[in-house]
Design a protein around this ligand. Structure first.
Ligand SMILES: *Cc1c(COP(=O)(O)O)cnc(C)c1O
Length: 425
């Protein structure tokens, strides 16, 4: 990848680490990143002329694959009318109505430009609404790079080994209580010790930024009842799981209604969009209706929303979830069979079109267990795949995504490559 290497050398002179988001730098797989020239369907094409089957899907958003013709068309026709108005526009109304219909907890919704903005505003709103300060989060859950949530976070923060970022005042971090996912008894204890102080609990219902972790039976239900009993808001961060594990997200799949929901990724159809939705009585605490300030120069942007609305409409029309589940299972079963046949210790948690690999003997139910997996084996697995034309997330603590553009023949081909890559770690 000569041209990629050359671009990366130049990039490092002008951009910190050569990248605009840390995990893209390939540090946890002992490599240097390739540069992408274009993307189409299930494929990325590097500047070096190499075609890769893509299971990163731009870190989640591309559930329809890259450059879907309908989304492209929607952006093109919106573009004809202007790139940004700074006034209300009809796309915002269509999007809000769509989200109210699709996402069980959403009665009202505010659009923003990223998942980080959505979770940041959710926390402020929860504090403003409850007049309490403390926030509970779970180790390994990543909620974007907002100060009070960048404590024991997953994703890039995790692989860099500084789970607490420099630049976050201790006094602020102290307002965040971090618990182990799937552990109800510590949650109960914390609510006892900090009675009347906890504004909210924020959670990735299926943590997907430290590999992929699934909830134990009743964990999310108990979380819902404990928060309710203590008048603390329950915030589902569905930036990853929303529109991914089912149309209405993990909340629909699990039958649980959180008070607030943060959305992002798929909702923008590949353009920068985030959203915060929830009960009308809480959402009306946002300015200009209420006292909690939240704003955005480009929020509700017509290009971004036209892409997002079309992405959601495609999901409604195609209802691809059982097909995606089947493909997800095909891959995870094949990987597990191959690992078992060679005695390679491997876990492949999977839900719908999301799957991850942990090189460890025991099932992973929380962050601590996730960090006990063999990351060097993952790095070798990753690099074998890349050599053979399959691009996986360049970190052991990320999730792989399948899109509707991954046809069954592409999945067969990729599965074969992944199994061979596994045999030669
Ligand atoms: C990606 C992600 C975010 C942050 O979204 P950005 O658009 O990158 O700011 C927040 N929460 C979860 C669960 C995510 O996966």
């Amino acid at each position: 990848m000569d041209y990629s290497n050359e671009l990366f050398d130049t990039a490092k002179r002008y951009i910190p680490g050569g990248v605009n988001s840390p995990v893209r730098a390939f540090r946890s797989v002992n490599g240097t990143p390739f540069f992408t020239k274009k993307a189409n369907g299930p494929y990325l094409y590097t500047v070096d002329g190499i075609q890769l089957i893509d299971f990163v899907c731009t870190w989640g958003p591309a559930i329809h694959g890259h450059n879907h013709p309908d989304i492209k068309q929607a952006i093109t026709s919106a573009l004809d009318k202007g790139t940004s108005f700074g006034t209300p526009n009809s796309y915002e109304v269509s999007m809000a109505k769509l989200l109210q219909k699709i996402v069980p907890s959403v009665e009202k919704v505010r659009m923003c430009n990223s998942g980080t903005e959505a979770t940041m505003s959710a926390i402020r709103l929860a504090r403003g609404y409850t007049r309490k300060n403390k926030v509970i989060k779970f180790a390994g859950c990543y909620h974007g790079h907002t100060d009070s949530l960048l404590v024991k976070a997953g994703s890039g923060a995790l692989t860099l080994g500084n789970s607490d970022s420099a630049g976050i005042p201790q006094s602020l971090a102290e307002e965040t209580i971090v618990l182990e996912y799937n552990d109800i008894s510590s949650l109960e204890e914390v609510f006892k010790s900090y009675k009347e102080k906890i504004a909210c609990v924020i959670i990735e219902p299926y943590p997907a930024n430290c590999g992929l972790i699934l909830p134990k039976e009743n964990f999310l239900l108990k979380l819902r009842s404990i928060t309710e009993q203590n008048q603390a808001l329950l915030i589902f961060d569905e930036v990853m799981t929303g529109f991914r594990v089912s149309l209405g997200g993990a909340q629909e799949k699990e039958g649980i209604i959180p008070d607030l929901t943060a959305m992002g990724k798929i909702i923008g159809g590949g353009l920068p969009v985030g959203a915060l939705g929830g009960k009308a009585s809480i959402m009306d605490y946002l300015a200009p209706e209420g006292p909690v300030y939240q704003a955005g120069t480009l929020s509700g942007n017509p290009l971004a929303l036209s892409a997002g609305i079309t992405a959601l409409q495609l999901l409604i029309d195609q209802n691809p979830y059982s097909l995606l589940e089947k493909l997800g299972r095909q891959i995870s079963n094949a990987l597990l069979d191959t690992a078992n046949s060679k005695g390679i210790p491997l876990q492949v948690p999977q839900v719908g079109s999301m799957f991850a690999l942990f090189f460890t003997e025991n099932p992973v139910t929380n962050f601590t267990e996730a960090t006990h997996s063999d990351t060097e084996s993952f790095a070798r697995f990753f690099n074998n795949n890349l050599k053979n034309g399959v691009y996986l997330p360049p970190s052991p603590y990320e999730t792989c995504f399948i899109s509707t553009a991954h046809s069954s023949s592409v999945i067969d081909q990729a599965t074969d490559i992944m199994c061979r890559s596994l045999l030669s770690i």
